[in-house]
Design a binder for this molecule. Structure first.
Ligand code: FES
Length: 168
């Protein structure tokens, strides 16, 4: 089986591998690269990381399953985590979250039909004083309301389209 990650990300992979005396220690940053390439930790991505780290795929999968930042199922290109924990809820996060889901026409944890957005609620992300807030692909967006959110969604849709057109 060809190792797409090794071919496409040789420099980055080597950078991570060179930081550790043991290839296995680089498994987490390499899982991020696999997630970036495939959009989630697909069986192929797991196999490729296992090969790069001289590990068994089952071991790699168990590591991926332990951490919430890894996607074990296909998700949208933009993965939104909205904090609805109590301090944020007191600042309107629950209403904001309900409005966002309604705007996108999905339910909690759902993915839009075009595969662009997956939206989930999460517990505290340590930005309680800046609610409503979310993280999108691990970048924070704070002091949100639906007007700002619509602008962000439009911007991300354009980015998704540009990325798709680049692949054609
Ligand atoms: S409760 Fe939402 S960021 Fe802390």
């Amino acid at each position: 089986m060809a190792n797409t990650l090794a071919e496409k990300y040789a420099e980055r992979i080597q950078h991570h591998l060179s930081k550790y005396p043991d290839k296995r220690s680089a498994v987490m940053p390499l899982l991020y690269i696999a997630q970036e390439e495939y959009g989630w930790l697909s069986p192929q991505g797991i196999e490729e990381v296992a090969e790069l780290c001289d590990m068994d795929p089952t071991q790699v999968k168990s590591i991926a399953g332990f951490y919430t930042m890894y996607r074990e199922q296909p998700k949208g290109k933009f993965w939104l985590h909205v904090c609805t924990d109590l301090p944020c809820a007191l600042k309107g996060a629950e209403t904001f979250y309900a409005d966002l889901l309604a705007h996108l026409g999905i339910e909690d944890g759902g993915t839009t039909e075009d595969g662009t957005f997956t939206v989930e609620h999460v517990m505290c992300l340590a930005a309680c004083d800046r609610a409503p807030m979310l993280q999108c692909n691990f970048h924070f967006h704070e002091h949100l309301d639906m007007d700002k959110m619509r602008e962000l969604l439009d911007q991300w849709r354009k980015e998704a389209e540009a990325y798709a057109n680049k692949d054609v």
